[in-house]
Design a protein around this ligand. Structure first.
Ligand code: ZN
Ligand code: ZN
Ligand code: ZN
Length: 375
């Protein structure tokens, strides 16, 4: 894998993670393989039954950070600048108890925060090794950093957005009546890779009534002339940063007037929601900006999900753009704005752009046409 994140930047992330941990009253962060680990040391590792874990003391604790890793997995970290980052490496071999190794390193904590995605058997193993220590989630610490993208991260998301826009731009050659959703999905998957992603992480082709299921996958349904089709696609670049973009198409000619009318409501809602994004407003206000016009038009109950989700090394991460969230938007936050209207048994529509909060407003990272595209 490529190691593109400058060492100084990783050092800064590790330092700030320790500071936020201290602010939140944690003594130590325990980060197992996954995107949090990738964010902190530019290597995601792999989660196996054997424990690999970054032990990161909160600021003010004297112990240096350490990586506990199975002897046989250690070569996988060869490309990581562990020495420059001041991370001590402690290997263990089968038959040893890695949780006791962690407890030796952690220096008598009273509170430890474990990675949100840590496998339960490791969480329980740590609990047995530290019976008196209160466990909490590291998510609230790490998200304080990960939510606000730096310029290089925004540049990666911009590149990803342009790449997935190019896939949507090829839809006229791929999405045709007489083909199955699965056939269309296979071609889209190949296009996602051809346009610069390392893989197609997800391909939703929701034709006709299947479009009313927001997380439909693909099926053997044959796309018919007159179908409305929801295409929601994305994947990661080599850097790990993801794309995610939805467009809705009308296949085989002009759709009925009723489709045009509902779609116009959705397009207005999506536009208003994007325009509501700027520093200082709450996440719920962006959700309300999308929900308002849809509810006014009588389709509130048919908009069955939140307006958006953060995106970065994960396709879905903080901040969530959801009713009730008083989180204040700040420059560098990147998330989707993707209202939808789903008419059960008939058809559905969704428009999704990734946006990033700038110093003064908003930048869209998807820029293909948002009209109902007739193919
Ligand atoms: Zn989704
Ligand atoms: Zn999507
Ligand atoms: Zn999305």
């Amino acid at each position: 894998m490529t190691h593109a994140v400058p060492t100084e930047l990783l050092a800064d992330r590790l330092r700030r993670a320790g500071e936020v941990a201290a602010e939140q009253g944690e003594d130590v962060l325990l980060i197992t393989p996954g995107t949090d680990l990738r964010y902190l040391i530019d290597h995601s590792g792999e989660s196996h039954e054997r424990l690999t874990c970054l032990v990161l003391p909160a600021a003010g604790h004297r112990a240096p950070p350490a990586l506990v890793v199975p002897r046989l997995e250690a070569p996988g970290f060869a490309g990581v600048p562990l020495e420059e980052l001041g991370i001590e490496v402690l290997t263990w071999t089968d038959g040893e108890d890695p949780y006791l190794l962690v407890s030796d390193l952690a220096g008598g904590p009273t509170r430890m925060a474990v990675a949100d995605g840590m496998p339960a058997h490791h969480v329980f193993g740590l609990r047995d090794a530290f019976p008196e220590v209160r466990q909490s989630l590291a998510g609230p610490v790490v998200r304080e950093l990960r939510m606000r993208k730096d310029a290089a991260e925004v540049a990666e998301l911009r590149t990803a957005g342009a790449a997935i826009d190019r896939v949507h731009a090829r839809m006229a050659e791929i999405l045709k009546p007489g083909r199955t959703e699965a056939q269309v999905g296979a071609d889209i998957g190949a296009a996602i890779v051809a346009e610069g992603h390392t893989e197609a992480a997800f391909v939703i082709v929701g034709s006709g009534p299947n479009g009313a299921s927001p997380h439909h996958d693909v099926s053997d349904r044959v796309i018919e002339p007159g179908d409305v089709v929801v295409i929601d696609i994305g994947g990661p670049l080599a850097s790990g940063y993801n794309s995610d973009c939805t467009r809705t198409y009308a296949v085989g000619g002009e759709p009925p007037k009723s489709v045009r009318e509902v779609y116009a409501v959705l397009q207005e809602a999506q536009e208003r929601s994007v325009q509501a994004v700027r520093p200082g407003v709450t996440a719920q206000s962006v959700d309300e900006a999308a929900r308002g016009p849809i509810t006014e038009a009588g389709f509130g109950p048919q908009f069955v999900h939140r307006t958006g989700h953060g995106i970065g090394l994960d396709v879905h991460e903080e901040p969530y753009i959801v009713g009730g969230s008083t989180l204040t938007l700040k420059p560098g936050m990147a998330f989707s704005v993707e209202p939808g209207i789903y008419l059960d048994g008939e058809w559905g529509a969704r428009i999704e752009d990734i946006v990033v909060v700038t110093e003064t407003g908003v930048e869209r990272l998807n820029n293909g046409p948002r009209d109902l595209v007739v193919l």
